[in-house]
Design a binder for this molecule. Structure first.
Ligand SMILES: [Zn+2]
Length: 563
């Protein structure tokens, strides 16, 4: 028994002494260019916080990516969207480094993946090599930078996660040097009346507040008259010295008469909570203006773990006749800081802008499941689809239904079921559930068909209808012609596209053998690399089959020669 207890003590002290949470000197840079960031950790993105840093690659692809420390590859994932080509390396320190949007992988790793892709006959793949099967040493070239997946321009997306919890941590905590002496920029400031009796500047609705820059560089807001429980929100971005990119800030602190009321920073968060970003930002404002206003107070539905200090959830109760000094301190990782002072006076005034009273027929209680029959389709919201109770705007229709608008966020998927019985079997085959965009273009939503019931699961509000795709995909060669000699070519490239429902699958063979075609949906191209050495004959018969999301199929066949 004593030995057992002693064992635990030794283990605990080892963890306490040896394993520093954020060691500053054990990781090298993943690139040998100066680190200029196009995105910071925790940056506010659509439905998630950015889980890493985006390192600019000088508008180029193919720059070497280095292992930041000794380790072993634990996961490889290749997908058309998302991280594109991504590599995960576990290190003995208990950290996992992640490299994404890669162009290709380094020596050894690339061959390992190709073998698996040929075995599975799929470009998209996810692999979990055995521990130690793909060892890397600090400084090894493990990949080359690219623009694969949902990346809008060449860059390296780089993360450092805790290997056990898989929580991403801010890579800048590990001592990486990024030149930043530039202050964050403040774009706008808002006051929020929160309690039923609350009023800010004679408004019972959210109100924009004016401020001006002072001689010492800080900002001073015009005096606010308020009563009841109120809160503040702001819109800002951070810029580094060497780039124009609008990145996210690192920490936010709100003080009221010198006391900290709320404080949060982007040291770490979990993927499980990341969607709660929609409770941190003013989602209605985002829907209208595409600007992300961060609230310095915490909504009841907000389950984010990013908060360090909290008093009264960051909400301030203003009493008549008293004065308050509210300070907002918004800073980047290098402690460049915006200081904004908001003088508030407790004053009961006439309300000029009353609270919104947009009542509709249907009031949703967020904690309960809700079912609606909208004519052409039925909608089912499971319990806790939404963050709070609200009047939902639903429009019935014979063909098209409307589910609210983009002023409210759905946290979970809800189900839309269309009745396709007015259509015959051959029509139904080519039909799918589409969401109509602002220009009325139908966008495919993954449609599950069971007889006459077409179902989709989604978190997007808007107009939904049944659409029909009668046109098969197109396939066009980009760099070769029928009966051409391609001996000096290093790759084959074709353009594939579909007008409506989108591409579901593609398959290519050379003389009957499956070949790996890398699909880049942004460029609508599929590419075969002759290094794969599939050819054994001079005459090569290429066959490509592409199928769209409703099953329309196109086959392309061509012959070329190669020695
Ligand atoms: Zn990124």
């Amino acid at each position: 028994m004593r030995i057992y207890v002693l064992g635990i003590c030794v283990l605990l002290s080892k963890i306490a002494m040896g394993q520093e949470k954020y060691p500053k000197d054990i990781f090298q840079s993943p690139m040998d260019i100066p680190l200029v960031l196009a995105g910071t950790f925790g940056e506010l993105r659509s439905n998630h916080f950015h889980a890493g840093i985006d390192i600019k690659t000088q508008r180029r692809e193919g720059l070497p990516i280095y292992a930041i420390a000794d380790g072993t590859v634990t996961r490889i994932k290749i997908s058309h969207w998302g991280y594109g080509k991504a590599l995960y390396v576990a290190h003995p320190s208990g950290h996992t480094s992640v490299y994404a949007h890669l162009q290709k992988f380094g020596p050894g790793i690339e061959e390992y993946i190709k073998k698996a892709q040929y075995k599975k006959q799929s470009y998209e793949i996810e692999l979990f090599p055995d521990y130690g099967e793909l060892k890397v040493e600090k400084g090894n070239v493990i990949a080359y930078s690219g623009n694969s997946g949902s990346s809008a321009g060449p860059h390296l997306h780089f993360e450092i996660r805790n290997s056990v919890t898989e929580k991403p941590t801010n890579p800048l905590l590990y001592g990486y040097e990024v030149r930043d002496a530039t202050n964050p920029t403040l774009i706008s400031l808002f006051g929020y009346p929160l309690s039923d009796d609350a009023v800010v500047n004679q408004s019972a609705k959210k109100v924009q507040l004016n401020y001006s820059k002072q001689a010492d560089g800080s900002f001073l807001a015009d005096k606010v008259n308020a009563i009841g429980t109120i809160g503040f929100g702001f819109n800002s971005f951070d810029r580094q010295d060497l780039a124009a990119n609008k990145n996210g800030v690192y920490s936010v602190k709100q003080r009221v008469n010198g006391k900290i009321f709320s404080e949060y920073d982007f040291e770490t968060f979990s993927f499980a909570e990341t969607r709660y970003i929609n409770t941190l930002i003013d989602y209605e404002h985002f829907g209208k203006y595409k600007q992300r206003v961060q609230k310095a107070f915490k909504e009841p539905s907000n389950r984010l773990s990013i908060y360090n200090t909290m008093h009264n959830d960051g909400k301030i109760t203003i009493q008549e006749g008293l004065s308050y000094t509210v300070e907002l301190l918004i800073s980047d990782y290098e402690d460049n800081e915006i200081k904004l002072v908001i003088p508030v006076e407790g004053k009961r005034e006439e309300i000029k802008i009353p609270r919104n009273d947009d009542k509709t027929e249907n009031f949703v209680i967020a904690s309960k499941p809700n079912n609606y029959d909208l004519g052409a389709a039925k909608v089912y919201f499971p319990s806790n689809t939404f963050y709070e109770d609200f009047y939902i705007n639903l429009k019935k229709g014979k063909d098209t239904i409307t589910i609210h608008d983009n002023s409210v966020a759905a946290h979970r998927n809800f189900t839309i079921s269309f009745d396709a019985s007015p259509y015959n079997a051959s029509e139904r085959k080519q039909m799918f559930i589409a969401r109509l965009d602002l220009k009325d273009n139908p966008r495919y939503h993954r449609t599950y068909k069971r007889d006459n019931a077409f179902t989709t699961r989604t978190r997007s509000f808007g107009r939904y209808t049944l659409a029909k795709d009668t046109v098969a995909p197109t396939i066009k060669p980009r760099n070769f012609k029928e009966k051409q000699w391609l001996s000096n070519y290093s790759y084959l490239s074709l353009e594939i596209s579909d007008d409506l429902s989108g591409i579901y699958s593609y398959r290519a063979t050379l003389n009957g053998k499956w070949i790996l075609m890398e699909y880049e949906p942004k460029k609508k191209t599929i590419t075969y690399n002759f290094d794969d050495n599939i050819l054994d004959k001079t005459q090569c018969d290429l066959k490509v089959i592409v199928t769209d999301n409703v099953g329309n199929t196109t086959t392309f066949e061509q012959t070329f020669f190669r020695k």
